[in-house]
Design a protein around this ligand. Sequence first.
Ligand code: FAD
Ligand code: E1W
Length: 453
Amino acid sequence: MNQDKHITIIGAGLAGALLATLLAQRGWTVDVFERRGDPRLHGYAGGRSINLALAERGLHALRQAGADAGVMQQAVMMRGRMVHPLGGEPELQRYGRDDSEVIWSINRGELNIVLIEAAEAAGATLHFDRRLDSVDFDRRTLVVKGDAHEDTHPFTALVGADGAGSTLRAQMALYTDLGERIEWLDHGYKELEIPPGPGGRFRIEANALHIWPRGHYMCIALPNDERTFTVTLFMPHAGPHPSFETVPDGDAARVFFEQEFADAVPLIPRLEDDYDGNPVGSLATLYLERWRLDGRAVLVGDAAHAMVPFHGQGMNCAFEDCVALADALEAHGGFEAAFAAFERERAPNAAAIQHMALENYIEMRDRVDDGDYRLQRALELLLQERHPGRFVPHYAMVSFMRIPYAEALARSEIQRGILQRATHGIDALDAVDWPAIDADILAHLAPLHDTPA
Ligand code: FAD
Ligand code: E1W
């Protein structure tokens, strides 16, 4: 075996399977160890239909691997957010200018299967039911367990794609200080299901991400290709408002939903069973000062930078990591230089999207249904037309473009100031002082350069 082009990946989840594909396609010998069983044989762990929003960054990475067509077959287009106010009609707020600026809802299990098949087709070797247990970085061996098995394998270099609770990260931390800090969100989440309606049709608008903003908590719903929706309730774990403490079970949930999400109640026939049967998930941001142990191991995706889900970018960012790492391994001689270049490129961008994801929770749960927010979104669209290639709405920079997240964040902060100054004390766009805004934009925003395809 060519030791220089051999790599071992921990985790065949979203990032692990995509990275295995990209590297195997470039002539690498790739071994992947995955704790779970092969989802093609036993179905995807959990069995529930959980979906994710795929945006341009993730889609572009899938194109690099030639896996986009297989994924898009199952995808449902989402044109915008459908906001359901308390006691009012739902309203669609478009994400972009037209149907070329949309995002896609995809099933996590189906996506993982497409990527696992791509990895094997490219020549990677996947070992299922093999959980990483420990690593001896001095001897360069690792121990994996599963099926009453315990094996020791030699490795050349390791990539940790084993998610937020990464075992590889914990093993690396025994050899070097990674500067790890976890910030738990005091809100958790619970998933519920909207089954198909009469005639097997979607019960609510299929091509949207539905949001029920309620100030300190919210529900969202994403469509599945089998005509169901997965609803997610985000709410504090504890405390007096509504919280998972004050709404402890299915019966309490029905009363709560009748008060707060009345239009959703008839859509969720198994509300009590779903609420009682599904766990409350926890959410956190994981900050690391270092992502690698010299040239012996590096972390990608959630293992390196788990984030809260409110921008729908965790997987998209993990996929961008995979392309960046595969490129760095091709561009640099030796693992140490490649891992260092990868970390240098990605760490500031991961930090930027982690920050934007936290900010977006407050935006989604509290602001999407107020007049000021809608005025600023409408103004963003007009400014995009007036200053093409210079003023691009925040959401578009994150979801429809591939400029580095750190640049999107810096520009968004400048634009927020411009929008605030422009809308200060006015409540309609016809009162806007256009010459003043134009001058503000030209003074503070340089022309933007997107990465070419
Ligand atoms: P994972 O997908 O967690 O994969 C890790 C893999 O490693 C798993 O297969 C696991 O079994 C395996 N593994 C773990 N430990 C071991 C071990 N010791 N040995 C071997 N294998 C191991 N992102 C988006 O882009 N869009 C969204 O809409 C979105 N919505 C979300 C909603 C919620 C409620 C949450 C919680 C997250 C959401 N995300 C979303 C984020 C997204 O789920 C993650 O960012 C993404 O799954 C990260 O991929 P990963 O491959 O790094 O980790
Ligand atoms: C998306 C879980 C999740 C996933 C998402 C999004 C949101 C709110 C949530 C962010 C968004 C797609 N978002 N939606 N509308 N404005 N921002 O774009 O993935 Cl909670």
